[in-house]
Write a protein that binds this ligand. Structure first.
Ligand SMILES: NC(=O)c1ccc[n+]([C@@H]2O[C@H](COP(=O)([O-])OP(=O)(O)OC[C@H]3O[C@@H](n4cnc5c(N)ncnc54)[C@H](O)[C@@H]3O)[C@@H](O)[C@H]2O)c1
Ligand SMILES: [Fe+2]
Length: 382
């Protein structure tokens, strides 16, 4: 940390955390004089009992909810345009995102588009488009149903081009939810595979944020506690879920997303191209690559790895012990050790390395990563 510099730290979101908190939604809307919510979700969550119960509870209070669920697995621009048309036509006054990271990203993109009608990708943060996010935005509420991305407390949305599938990032502090209802009951019946993949995304957020090079002692504290909570609960949440393990995973994933305002690193830059090129689930791509990315980071950062080992309750506090833990942990939650198991072929290495070196996450990695480093890491993980 440099003591003659000024840093900015943000912790702005109101979070109602705990079993049953999602039942507070109708009262919250009434209290804020909001009568016409657009509920944004995905086609699978739209069919689940807890989702239908939320809509019923709103109806009982005379709140006419409009539901939009026709979104893609990796959301695209046309999803945002179609859902914003529904927002306009139904005269909605609040956007409520209920779902995993994909649904919450679409909900957040509608929040932007409601009063910003230029081409959506004009607002792409990677080309400096955040400066055009100048108008007011509608009231925004998030209700996560996975414990992974932590998108519910985020301020960015990842939306892909319909044709090229290129991922664009919409970002603005205006896109933060006014309130999050984080209810572990909604994650109780998440299938084991999704629990494992999303849970490893959350672990990666905490571990990469802890290591990221921006000085941020507050986020480091959050990231350490996040790693501890996930270490205690992920295996149980996958194999024998109960309220305690689901609760610890949900708060651990929220903490990961709060912590990664400090930055992410090499693992997310290895993972993003796997989603772009091979349509791999974001969490799964992180889960398979995290042992390799962490091994790359050890040299020069041994003391930080000792601290990570303590968070994971390891007797051996070396960096190699952390890597061994990650492989063994993946085995216990049925995550493969090799990228070939999720569709990668030797032919993909060059294209993946091109995308990885252009990715936004690795500049915050504790040590620099070159294109050749990415090639070597993909080959090792293949
Ligand atoms: N905005 C950000 O900061 C950010 C960061 C990382 C990733 N993302 C995006 O988030 C997405 C990944 O999010 P995710 O990992 O939460 O996955 P997801 O939203 O794709 O959901 C995974 C699957 O789980 C299902 N599901 C969700 N909740 C469920 C429940 N309670 N019970 C049963 N099934 C349920 C969904 O229908 C889906 O099939 C990607 O689109 C990625 O681009 C966003
Ligand atoms: Fe992630």
């Amino acid at each position: 940390m440099n003591f003659d510099k000024i840093y900015q730290y943000n912790f702005p979101t109101t979070i109602r955390f705990g079993a049953g908190s999602s039942k507070e939604l109708p009262a919250y809307l009434i209290q804020n004089k909001l009568r016409r919510p657009l509920i944004v979700t995905d086609p699978i969550v739209a069919q689940l009992d807890f989702f239908k119960a939320i809509i019923q509870d709103l109806k009982k209070k005379d709140i006419g909810a409009e539901v939009f669920s026709a979104i893609h697995k990796n959301p695209v621009k046309s999803d945002v345009y179609k859902s914003t048309d529904v927002f306009d036509q139904a005269g909605c006054d609040v956007i409520v995102g209920i779902g995993g990271g994909a649904a919450l990203d679409v909900a957040r993109a509608i929040v932007l588009r409601a009063n910003h009608r230029e081409d959506l990708f004009k607002y792409d943060d990677l080309i400096g488009g955040d400066v055009y996010v100048t108008n007011d935005v509608p009231h925004f509420v998030t209700i996560p149903t996975t414990a992974g991305t932590g998108s519910e407390v985020g301020r960015s949305a990842i939306i892909s081009d319909d044709v090229t599938h290129q991922k664009r990032i919409l970002f603005s502090p205006k896109l933060i939810a006014r309130i999050v209802f984080a209810d572990p009951m909604l994650t109780m019946d998440l299938p084991p595979f999704i629990t494992a993949a999303t849970g490893m995304d959350a672990l990666t957020h905490n571990m990469e944020a802890y290591l990221a090079k921006m000085p941020h002692p507050m986020c480091e504290g959050i990231a350490m506690q996040g790693m501890m909570l996930i270490n205690e609960s992920l295996e149980k949440a996958v194999n024998r879920p109960d309220l305690e393990s689901r609760s610890k995973m949900l708060i651990g994933s929220l903490m990961g997303a709060v912590a990664f305002q400090k930055g992410l690193g090499v693992v997310h830059s290895l993972a993003h191209p796997l989603s772009t090129l091979l349509d791999a689930h974001h969490g799964l791509a992180n889960a398979v690559t995290i042992p390799y990315g962490m091994e790359f980071n050890i040299a020069g950062f041994e003391e930080k790895f000792r601290q990570i080992a303590r968070c994971l309750s390891l007797k051996d506090e070396s960096g190699q012990a952390v890597v061994k833990y990650l492989f063994e942990f993946n085995s216990r939650i049925q995550i493969p050790h090799k990228l070939s198991a999720i569709g990668m072929k030797p032919d993909h290495v060059e294209a993946l390395a091109d995308l990885a070196i252009a990715d936004f996450a690795h500049p915050n990695n504790p040590k620099p990563v070159t294109r050749d480093d990415f090639r070597q890491l993909y080959l090792k993980a293949l």
